[in-house]
Design a protein around this ligand. Sequence first.
Ligand code: SAH
Length: 448
Amino acid sequence: MSIALTLDLTGRHLLCVGDSARLVSKAQRLAEAGVRLYWWKTGPVQWAGDDNITVVTHWDEARPEFLLVDLEDSEERQGWIDRAREDGVYGWFRGAPEASELQFPSVVQRGPLRVAMDTGGLSPSVARWLRQRIEQLLPDGLSDLLERVALRKDIEQRLETPHQRRSFWYRLLDNQFIHRAALSSARDTDAVIEDTLESVADQEPRGEVYLVGAGPGDPDLLTLKALRLLGEADVVLHDRLVSQPIMDLIRADAEIIHVGKARSKHSVPQETINQMLVEQARAGKTVVRLKGGDPFIFGRGGEEIETLAEEGIDFQVVPGITAASGCATYSGIPLTHRDHAQSVRFVTGHLKNDSSDLPWADLVQDDQTLVLYMGLVGLPIITRGLMAHGMSADMPVALISRGTTPEQTVVTGTLSNIVERVDDAGVRAPTLIIVGSVVSLRDRLAWL
Ligand code: SAH
């Protein structure tokens, strides 16, 4: 049976046998860790490093303590295994995991912090998959933070109980600052450490609100930051627009509050949502306000944080992929294109009374793509208005329903026939409308 150990390899003798790229990359990593590298006869075929390699033709020239062998010929390989056994040398032999004492775990490293994953040689792909997941979990600023805390000598004294120490670390690691820490100065990092220390030592815990963009539907389009926050939230207030697969990523024991809005049926008034955010944060919780797309694009994100700012609640906004980007890419319609559109305009099609509140002259411009959010109900008025203000009746139009989700459907047509086509297709909300000659590119570019 094996266990994972770490070993200081500085100055240790390592002999490599073979010339595969796999072997070279392993040797490269070991050279960076300070081994003395010997290569059997040929030397590596391609070596990116400038570290010294000694090419040897006799075992005794290398006097190896470790051996890495990557050879096609299994008899030849067995010879090396026997030789290693004889001399008590630890080896890695590609294709012979049972003979290899050495394994190379998949590693995620942040400064002094190291997470190693090993499947006992059974599946490198599984280890790589795990590694990607763990990469996503660890913020860039983590190593800086650990190093700064290590420099502080007063922490042990100021935090007397194990409970306090644990809360200090948890709070520090959950603090969103560390996700920016790589970009900040050491002084800022020290200030955050000091704040956390103080709050744990003498204050009531205070919560924070994260206004998080969930993107248009496909969970793969979440940002890493959004994903992490979904795993940390104590309470999540979400819109109707947020898709179920994304809801499934929320921490299992988080409280989930639906505050969603259906068109012209505001289930929870905006003012109440604002107040709920304040109350939950005051109760010391990590509050995630999860919104479809991007919080700052037709999302009333600005209003929500205004209340938080007035009430002195800490908050952050996490951008998301807006419906225009998601729907356009997933339906093969570039929003700008050198031959078609030099600008793109996001417009709300949610008309208050009639068509008079849309700036028609601005909308009818050459070389411009229009993206209409919330435009399904107003579509007849919008298409008529655009034509009345001079847009060609043949202008291509696409309506994307439930964009980026497995139920995505796209209806295309022109200004003059899109209403009829949409009626016939019986599309379901949410829908986004794209108007402009870029829509004609879809025939060639759609990739889904
Ligand atoms: N903040 C959101 C927009 C909120 S307004 C964002 O940035 O995307 C709600 C409108 O967004 C819907 O009426 C619809 O027009 C559009 N929308 C959001 N998600 C969509 C999706 N998956 N497919 C099509 N349209 C979508």
